[in-house]
Design a protein around this ligand. Structure first.
Ligand code: ARG
Length: 275
């Protein structure tokens, strides 16, 4: 049985050094069948490389210090105001702002266009981990400088959508990519998600997505904090944050995401406070 994986401080050496061990740890099914190619824009796990500008608000959260962005990055995030990034609480709940930086400006962590920005303030959801483990898995990072990035539009109720999409630099099944990847993931109802993970899902603060029947498409270790998005009238809308799952891309084990609609108001309160 794959263990629930949500600890992601896959920093530098870990990403670089673990190789096969990291794959086992993140629980990517070794026997994952290729998803039926025509089901979803296959393969994150099952995705494809993001194009430059496809998700301008997608950023990487990493450790402050020196060294390659690729090696310092450990989570994803979304720009929601010119100097504020939304990420997962479990990515940063043990960090000080000084420990953290945000990489923006390119989908390719090796690009010369990558901009590194310091973090000056950190807000962890007050009710993080309540009423169940990993409930309210959101946090805000206030940046030292405004980013030259159009913030993402914030979310409505995802249940009106069949197919969502998620993106990040997390585990693909064969390692961690330098270029962010994206994948389409079918929306999974609260009922089906609670049945998949009895007692572990708080339907109020979590939403689920994945191909329940076939698996093959999912976010994975290292994608945490990054966006899950739905099509809106004028482009994509942020509806959630990559949070947890058992293994990755396995049939019956959907990805679980923090559900933005539930804490949109609480985010606004923090933004007002920081203004
Ligand atoms: N916990 C992982 C992270 O911290 C994200 C896991 C998402 N898992 C999944 N099966 N969708 O990076």
């Amino acid at each position: 049985m794959d263990r629930k994986q949500h600890l992601v401080r896959l920093g530098a050496g870990v990403v670089a050094g673990l190789g096969a061990a990291a794959i086992a740890w993140t629980g990517v099914a070794a026997n994952a069948e290729e998803p039926a190619a025509d089901d979803f824009e296959a393969k994150v796990v099952g995705g494809q490389p993001a194009a430059e500008g496809q998700y301008p608000w997608l950023v990487a959260v990493g450790d402050a210090g020196s060294g390659d962005p690729y090696e310092r990055r450990f989570c994803g995030g979304s720009v929601i105001a010119e100097d504020v990034v939304l990420t997962a609480a479990h990515c940063v709940d043990e960090a000080d702002p000084d420990d953290l930086v945000v990489f923006s400006g390119s989908v390719d962590l090796e690009s010369d266009d990558i901009v590194e920005t310091a973090v000056t303030d950190l807000h962890i959801a007050h009710d993080y981990d309540e009423p169940v483990e990993l409930a309210n898995d959101w946090a805000l990072l206030r940046l030292d400088d405004a980013l030259d990035v159009e913030p993402v539009e914030m979310g409505t109720d995802p249940e009106e959508f069949d197919v969502l999409e998620t993106a990040g630099w997390g585990e693909t099944g064969t390692g961690f990519p330098t270029v962010a990847r994206w994948v389409e993931v079918p929306f999974v109802s609260d009922d089906d998600c609670e049945a998949a993970y009895p007692g572990e899902v708080d339907p109020q603060t979590m939403l689920c997505a994945g191909d329940l029947e076939n698996g093959g498409v999912d976010s994975c270790g290292g994608d945490s904090g990054g966006p899950i998005m739905a099509p809106g009238d004028d482009g994509l809308i942020l509806v959630g944050i990559v949070s947890w799952g058992y293994g990755c891309a396995q049939p019956g084990n959907p990805g679980v995401y923090a559900e933005l609609a539930d804490f949109n108001g609480a985010i606004d309160d923090v933004l007002e406070d920081w203004d």
